[in-house]
Design a protein. Sequence first.
Length: 413
Amino acid sequence: MGTYFLEWLSFAVRWLHVVTAMAWIGSSFYFIALDLGLRKSRVLPQGVGGEAWQVHGGGFYHVQKYMVAPPDMPEDLTWFKWESYATWLSGAALLFLVYYLGAELYLIDPAKADLPVWGASAIGIGGLALGWVVYDFLCKSPLRKNDTALLAALFVYVVVASFLFSQVFSGRGAMLHTGAMIATIMTANVFLLIIPNQTIVVADLKAGRTPASHLGAEAKQRSLHNNYLTLPVIFLMLSNHYPLAFATEWNWAIAGLVLLMGAVIRHFFNTHHRTGETLWWCWAVAGVLFVAVITLSGAPGWRAEPDEAAARRWTKDPEVALSRSIHFTEAEAIVQSRCSMCHAREPLWPGLATAPKAILLETADDIVHNASLIDVQSVRSHAMPPGNITGLEPEERRLLSAWIRSGDGHNGP
């Protein structure tokens, strides 16, 4: 019963996390687009820096932005903060349920660092906290006066942090913690600077005082950082479902390329909203960066090399060719000894009620049918077994590769 409850709890928290993230990202993108799209006219009220006319839902909206504040502060002022807080809190709960309670499967890689569960969890939590401390320090340093230099320093910092995570965690855990560190920075920007600064400004205006000009400038800078970090965070959070993204020794470099790709895409939209100019070259650059990501995911150094003597022509039925391969007996024994305790009709691994993603690897037919998944998860990447918890040896991965390559190219080079 406990296993079923935990599974549904994880599902519920993940659902909540996705919904709140949609709300936060949606409002963030909307207000950035609104701010950049404001236009000036000759009839604006005093203190209004720009306005926008918008149509949606069968009606028209007339939005005006006061650069400081309106003459009379409204009592029903709406604060956009709970979307951010709820996204981070639900994400933190999901991180605990999946990666800390399941550290042996998803976070720890004994080949990199044979950490106890509490030690791996402590490193993860400490890394998230340190991420904010270093980021905040850089933003308050003299670099804050030069946006380009500051963004360059932040880029280097995130890539270095991702590399360090990859040295102690599994690939899945490293990519996830890189994304969680960025998400923590984004929410901390809202909780520790943007909202407090806006609160001070509102209080000063209500009291008849003139707010300090730096409060708005600081909040706007952090808000812009959040805007440019949004797309990379989404990629990093989704990456744990795609082993070719995380189960490679180059995952930290992929994270860096994704940071650049997200920034270029946001630059396209931000420029379009601000000036109406369409920078199509941004998509070309993003495409080149994505090709680089794909290339790195299959770069030599981690992938098992095929056995040249194993290459044979496929029959009309690829599964028949695999089942008749001279390497099938060895491959079957490896999969059944390293994988079938979880991927079974009645899993033997403690805490598993059903086979992960309903993938079965018990019988010869099961193994042949799922050959392409074995290729991606255990040969081309080292995603499975998670954390290599069953001790799949390099020679065994090579033998699995030789078996799969016996189809002469059906499953890739």
